[in-house]
Design a protein around this ligand. Sequence first.
Ligand SMILES: O=P(O)(O)OC[C@H]1O[C@@H](O)[C@H](O)[C@@H](O)[C@@H]1O
Length: 277
Amino acid sequence: MDDNTGLQKITLRAPSGSTAEVYCHGAHVTSWKTTSGEEMLFLSNKAVFKPPKAIRGGIPVCFPQFGGFGPLAQHGFARNSEFTVVDGGSSSVTLSLQTNEDHLKLFPHPFELLVTVSIGDEELEQTLEAKNTGDKPFELTAALHTYIAVSSIDKAHVVGLKGVEYMDSLQDKKRLKEGGDSITFTDELDRIYLQTPDVLEVVDEGKNRAIQVEKEGFPDAVVWNPWIQKAAGMADFGDDQYKEMVCLEPAVAGSGPVTLEPGKTWKAKQTLSLRHF
Ligand SMILES: O=P(O)(O)OC[C@H]1O[C@@H](O)[C@H](O)[C@@H](O)[C@@H]1O
């Protein structure tokens, strides 16, 4: 159905009452509410719903490139492209992106990307399946750029990364090792954690809740908060909204790329789930 942005949006509803909203533009999840009606994802109050601009917040799909790991514009073009619904029901939808002439000018490798979003009681599952439909291998990097809503950035931390090596994107991708039990936010932070454990968590002490991010097929995880200056420099992001979000992004980035042979499919997935404490 069309919402007031004029864009096509699918609303998923699980029998338990949890919901999610997914736009065909970018196969972009913009909302996930659990059974109590609590919103789990951050969406910028200045988000622009005007293709080809990517929506700020929710879960942008970064494909076939994460960040600047390749010749394309930052984060690739899937988040700027129109997907088509190919399957689904009340609590699940599958959207497809097939490369068109414009994509092929930028990236001369035909592919089909399927994005499936499903919701359960306190869970959201999102799968990427990319098939090389051409006759030559190609390389890809990717991420599910998940913006988690937090009550206040000084009450949020990320756990599960102690001892993990990371590339610091604020220091020319210098390699460092995570020393702390948890990552807290007191300044801009932009890191690519390499070969991480598959279960990570954003803990929100202000709401006594944690969102678990469980990943499969994504070796890396990006942690990002833009903080004051970068937030002020983003036209589609409220100046103070850096306080309301933490990005925890399952990715193939510094450990990539993945080489996809003709006819083969690469698959990766994240499962977000809510834990109260
Ligand atoms: O502004 P964009 O292209 O959506 O990117 C937002 C951020 O995305 C993160 O994944 C990157 O690590 C950051 O470096 C980047 O600033």
